[in-house]
Ligand binder design. Structure first.
Ligand code: SF4
Length: 121
């Protein structure tokens, strides 16, 4: 049996996951169906929303932030996060940029967009 904490909402249900015959999962402890979906993904294909910062393309600001905070709109498979971060850190954002504006679209055909989480410029 494996124990997980559902992170889909602030309640944070304590989930118990047992693997049955033919890799079927038995999940308990969830207060709603989203916990089942979360546990299945966490066991089979763990994903995370990624937050980071991008550099600013010239002309850079004379003062103030030197980097643009960004996050993924979709969760990224855990084993691809380092590859994604390398591309995020290489990206230079032209100002002005608005909150929610994509700085990377459909990263490597994955459907993952990286967006600014703060307006700058
Ligand atoms: S199982 Fe449902 S109620 Fe419990 S933490 Fe997950 S989303 Fe929230």
């Amino acid at each position: 049996m494996r124990s997980l904490t559902c992170i889909v909402c602030p309640i944070g249900c304590a989930l118990s996951v047992e693997e049955g015959p033919e890799a079927a999962l038995s999940i308990s402890g969830n207060r709603c169906p989203r916990g089942v979906v979360y546990a299945q993904e966490e066991i089979r294909v763990p994903k995370r929303v990624v937050t980071a910062t991008c550099g600013i393309a010239s002309p850079a600001l004379d003062s103030g932030p030197r980097r643009v905070p960004v996050k993924t709109q979709q969760a990224c498979p855990r084993e691809r996060i380092n590859d994604l971060l390398a591309d995020i850190y290489k990206t230079r954002v032209r100002l002005p940029v608005k909150t929610g504006e994509a700085v990377i679209t459909d990263w490597k055909g994955s459907g993952i967009n990286v967006v600014a989480v703060r307006s700058l410029g």
